[in-house]
Design a protein around this ligand. Sequence first.
Ligand SMILES: CC(C)(COP(=O)(O)OP(=O)(O)OC[C@H]1O[C@@H](n2cnc3c(N)ncnc32)[C@H](O)[C@@H]1OP(=O)(O)O)[C@@H](O)C(=O)NCCC(=O)NCCS
Length: 141
Amino acid sequence: MNLVAARDLYDLRRRVLRNNDPAVNVANAADEDPEARHFAGYVDGELVVSASFFPGEVPGVLQLRYMATDPRVQGHGYGAAVLAAAERHLGRDGATRLWANARDSALGFYRRLGWRVIEGSEHISVETQIPHTVIEKDLDR
Ligand SMILES: CC(C)(COP(=O)(O)OP(=O)(O)OC[C@H]1O[C@@H](n2cnc3c(N)ncnc32)[C@H](O)[C@@H]1OP(=O)(O)O)[C@@H](O)C(=O)NCCC(=O)NCCS
């Protein structure tokens, strides 16, 4: 797993999370925040998994966004691997907690990896119109 520039992830974000719609903007204003961190994993030189983390107002708490695995290799452990690598890296850098607006269809994935679901936080994403729920995970120190 590598730390990468956000622009390296735009193609995967678009294909996996935005129905490959060329009209959708997959760049985020926060992508270039000096404290944002973008992780990618590769198979045979091809970028197949991504996760981005953004700082907020509370020090040590980061938001996971754009978690995506290429459909051709979903279910092969790459999503779990990129999150494990990111947690180690971010924890070493002082992060204590991660949170995300998770797609309800992916909640089982996050639960398996130790994230907890925030009761009552279910909502429809303004950006995608897809049901989401807030999840969080404390990092071991
Ligand atoms: C959700 C997603 C990121 C998971 O990535 P992945 O690389 O396929 O996941 P992994 O292979 O690492 O799976 C890890 C474990 O979670 C399970 N899992 C994966 N996706 C799951 C899902 N949607 N629901 C329930 N369990 C799931 C796997 O079976 C595996 O379990 P195991 O350890 O018992 O074998 C990927 O399916 C994806 O990109 N989906 C479309 C986009 C999306 O929903 N992104 C998340 C936005 S919040």
